[in-house]
Design a protein. Structure first.
Length: 233
């Protein structure tokens, strides 16, 4: 199956990086639609079926608004950088609990993310900046079952494809001694695995299969995190 993402996709984002203003974007919006947004939506559609087999608790939605494709417009309200557009494309894979009422939509459950930009492409799996209760639950699970956590974090399928990303506290979190044997992981404020993709992989005919395999490889981490916050995976 031909990848919906082709070189023109990245060429537009490179040009946008050099011309990140509303006038240029307005003139080139038809190109954005044909070379970027529609291919990204097609990638989402192609991921939907294999995702049901590989990670049935994660959803992708190919809507132009309110779906898995993240907005290209930047929120500049609290940023010194006032350029109006993102120069990457983000695709979110949200946990089913966000849609069924099990958890509020504003609570960040474990999920997935595909990042496509001229500078870097990657698949991210896990939970980014979980809110206080989820963060506490994940830390407690690590502290109470360190062997289970280490089996998940060090699983061959995961470690072959992923490295742990995100940020850590500079000090030990409240309620955990700085000499705790799991302190390096307990200091995490993000629990995400990052699997890098080469641009050539993204435009290759087996791109969807490659992304799907990476999602499958993250299963050990995702199961641990979902168990910790009491949602299925």
């Amino acid at each position: 199956m031909t990848s919906p993402i082709q070189p023109e996709f990245f060429h537009f984002l490179e040009d946008l990086s050099d011309n990140n203003n509303r006038e240029w974007f307005a003139e080139n919006k038809p190109r954005y639609e044909s070379d970027v947004r529609q291919p990204a939506l097609e990638l989402i559609r192609q991921l939907a079926v294999p995702l049901k087999r590989s990670a049935p608790m994660l959803r992708v939605i190919d809507k132009t608004q309110g779906g898995s494709l993240m907005r290209i417009y930047r929120d500049t309200r609290f940023s010194k950088d006032k350029t109006p557009y993102k120069t990457n494309v983000g695709i979110s894979m949200r946990h089913d609990a966000c849609f069924t009422g099990t958890l509020s939509e504003d609570i960040y459950t474990p999920g997935g993310y595909v990042h496509l930009s001229p500078e870097e492409c990657f698949v991210g799996m896990g939970v980014w900046r979980p809110q206080r209760e989820s963060l506490a639950a994940i830390r407690a699970a690590i502290a109470e079952e360190p062997k289970v956590w280490l089996r998940a974090r060090n699983a061959k399928s995961f470690r072959t494809s992923y490295g742990m990303g995100g940020e850590q506290l500079k000090t030990s979190p409240r309620d955990y001694d700085r000499d705790h044997p799991m302190i390096e992981d307990l200091r995490r404020i993000d629990f995400v695995g990052i699997a890098e993709l080469d641009r050539k992989e993204v435009i290759a005919n087996d791109a969807v299969a490659r992304i799907t395999q990476l999602i499958r490889d993250a299963r050990p981490l995702m199961r641990f995190l979902c168990d910790a916050v009491d949602v299925p995976y």
